[in-house]
Every structure is written in C-alpha cells, then in structure tokens.
Unconditional design. Structure first.
Length: 162
C-alpha cells in the first residue's frame, strides 16, 4: 500500500475533524476541499486527513502540528523531513510557493521506499500556532495522474476561526 510508504516518510481521522459537503474541517483551525471523485478517506491514520486514490496507487495527506519544536523550525527543513524515508533520492523540484497567502516550502523528490520507486510532493507552511504539512506520494509512473487533485487540495486550504 502506497500510503504505508507515506507514513514511513512522514513519520479520515475523524477524531481531528469532520467532513461536510466535501470539505474537511479540522479541529486544528483549517479546512480543505476534498477532490470531487477518485479519492477515498482512509480512517484511523495518524494524519488529520488521509486520502487514497481509488483508481491507481497513490495517496495524500494533510496534517497540522501545533505543539512541540516543529512550529519553530525552518520550513525547508520540515519539508525535507517529510521525505526522509526515501533512499537513492533525486530532487526534482525545490523552492517556495504561496498557499493561502503564506509562504510554503515545496519539494518534489523521487526515490526508493520499500524497494519501489516513488515520487513525493511535499509542502509545508506556517500558520501560527501550527505548521501544516501536505504530502502526495505515488509510484513514479502514476505520479503525474494524481498531481492535479493534490494541487487542488492544497489550493483549497483556508484557516478557520477557532
């Protein structure tokens, strides 16, 4: 299962939010819109929201860390942490972008995990008091097919009043 690799790398959770009309509302003060088709919510996962592709191998997650040292670490360091489980790494893209008006570290890394070639896209942004992680992982041949859904998920991110 590709999502197993996601959790090795990053090392629907109903306990951290709710889904209404295709929108995930986190108890940590943010929301994202779920892809309209082709993705199912995985229950009992460590991230706030975990999605598995229904048509091909691939998964994505959204998570927020609001305590501990992570919120104070540099964003590029946190983005690298999301891909630590990959070996024989090839950095395809790296830099910054803007998500919901906030600077986000962004990377795309290709490598091996559990003997399989995977490509991982990671974004990390800070919205006090939390750091928000977005991760998409798929076998390299299937990566581009799921990328538009991941981008739409990231672009839908918005902070909610607490």
């Amino acid at each position: 299962m590709v999502l197993g690799a996601v959790f090795l790398l990053s090392g629907c959770a109903v306990a951290t939010g709710r889904i209404e009309n295709g929108v995930f509302y986190s108890t940590k003060g943010y929301r994202v819109t779920l892809p309209p088709t082709g993705w199912k919510v995985e229950q009992k996962q460590p991230a706030d929201l975990t999605l598995q592709s229904e048509a091909r191998p691939g998964g994505m997650l959204v998570d927020a860390t609001c305590r501990g040292r992570e919120p104070s670490r540099p964003l590029d360091v946190l983005a690298r942490h999301l891909t630590f489980g990959l070996t024989k790494r090839d950095v395809v893209e790296t830099g910054t972008t803007t998500v919901a008006g906030r600077e986000a570290a962004h990377s795309v890394v290709r490598g091996l995990a559990d003997g399989r070639e995977l490509t991982v896209e990671a974004l990390v942004l800070r919205a006090e008091p939390c750091v928000h992680d977005f991760l998409y992982v798929a076998p390299t041949p299937a990566f581009e097919a799921g990328r538009p859904a991941f981008r739409a998920l990231v672009e839908s991110f918005a902070l909610e009043r607490r």
